[in-house]
Design a protein around this ligand. Structure first.
Ligand SMILES: Cc1cc2nc3c(=O)[nH]c(=O)nc-3n(C[C@H](O)[C@H](O)[C@H](O)COP(=O)(O)O)c2cc1C
Length: 360
């Protein structure tokens, strides 16, 4: 059996293979209440029928002002539970594990969606809102955020925990804390966006305090048999920024706080980042976090070829791979991978309706 199709069990959750769908914003909650709808059901559902072992939702806002765009989905109210439940029921029914990414966009909130008529920060008369961040430092091209007070920061873990508790009721087996891509939690980690002088800034312990508190608050309400991921940008790809060494150090700390796996991405904090883009360009960071923290990791970023994915696992660089753009182009990528890697028909993750796809 190729490693890509070996099951992985984390706590009480068995994942059928190691080809997972990465979080992808859809900007499609057009009613602006953050509700997922038919688009989200079909979009995530196609990847569950397509054989992915784990299907991650897009960044789902824990508070309304945490949305990236006014069209983002969320999990900030009990009204969101039912619409998400419909999706998790379908995903689980297809043998995939439903996972939700919990997010707050911080200083990169209230932006136009890529297919809206505008760029940068959405003004309040068009449905935008005042953004917040660790410090009043703008992301280039966006409005400067308001610096959160210490009390406001201290209240954020409870918002993440309430969202996780709703995600549990909505039927998710995994939640992923989004601490990557220049959004709020990453903004606290990086000295380039966090110049606070209170207990949430300064030293490594200060900058990482909020993430640790968020993890603790979630673990206090999230069932012990369910799984907790954290997604980091392992480096800002900019001088003086957050780096792989600090990511590995924080991952080791979080291993003691009930985190089960680290999802290793990079970048997104500053516009002047210099990324050496290429196939698997984030895999070395995943490998470093894995060896330094002892935690399982998932690698992501320009992983598109089944042989490449298999090699990443064989090298011991990661425990699973995530795909985003390749999955858009090919929603049933794992079925093609199973075909190419010679997985027997009965072992491949085909829904019975699609088993003819395995015939040679
Ligand atoms: C359309 C789109 C939306 C995305 N939205 C999110 C998101 O909501 N949360 C997140 O952590 N990453 C998001 N990403 C980043 C992906 O999860 C992934 O890390 C990145 O695209 C690299 O993987 P790839 O080379 O397989 O596309 C998004 C990527 C795309 C293409």
């Amino acid at each position: 059996m190729p490693l890509l199709f070996e099951p992985l069990t984390l706590r009480g959750i068995a994942i059928r293979n190691r080809a997972w769908l990465a979080a992808m914003c859809q900007y499609s909650a057009f009613d602006r209440d953050g509700m997922p709808g038919d688009w989200h059901l079909v979009n995530l559902g196609q990847h569950a029928t397509g054989g992915f072992g784990l299907v991650m939702t897009e960044a789902s806002a824990v508070v309304p002002e945490g949305r990236i765009s006014p069209e983002d989905v969320g999990i900030w109210s009990d009204d969101h539970v039912g619409p998400w439940r419909r999706i998790t029921d379908f995903v689980r029914g297809q043998g995939a594990v439903p996972a939700m990414q919990l997010a707050h966009a911080g200083r990169k909130a209230s932006t136009y969606s890529p297919f809206a008529d505008g760029t940068g920060t959405v003004p309040s008369d068009q449905g935008g809102w005042e953004t917040v961040g660790p410090s009043a430092l703008a992301f280039e091209g966006y409005a400067a955020p308001r610096e959160l007070t210490t009390d406001e920061v201290a209240a954020l873990p409870a918002a993440f925990a309430a969202a996780a508790e709703r995600a549990d009721r909505a039927g998710f087996d995994v939640v992923e804390v989004h601490a990557a891509h220049g959004y709020l939690l990453h903004e606290f980690l990086s000295p380039l966006s966090n110049v606070r002088t209170d207990r949430y800034g300064g030293s490594f312990d200060g900058r990482t305090r909020l993430v640790v508190e968020v993890v603790d608050a979630i673990r206090a309400v999230w069932p012990a048999d369910k799984v907790l991921f954290v997604r980091f940008s392992a480096t800002d790809w900019a001088p003086g920024g957050w780096d792989v060494h600090e990511t590995a150090k924080l991952a080791a700390v979080l291993a003691e706080h009930g985190v089960d796996l680290v999802d290793v991405s990079t970048g997104g904090l500053v516009a002047h980042q210099q990324i050496p883009i290429g196939p698997g360009y984030q895999v070395p960071a995943a490998a470093e976090v894995r060896s330094a923290s002892g935690l399982p990791v998932v690698a992501v970023g320009l992983i598109a070829d089944p042989g490449q994915a298999e090699q990443i696992l064989a090298d011991g660089s990661a425990d699973a791979v995530m795909l985003a753009r390749a999955a858009i182009r090919e929603p049933a990528w794992p079925l093609r991978a199973a075909h190419e890697l010679g997985v027997a028909r009965k072992e491949a993750p085909y829904p019975p309706q699609h088993e003819r796809g395995a015939w040679r």
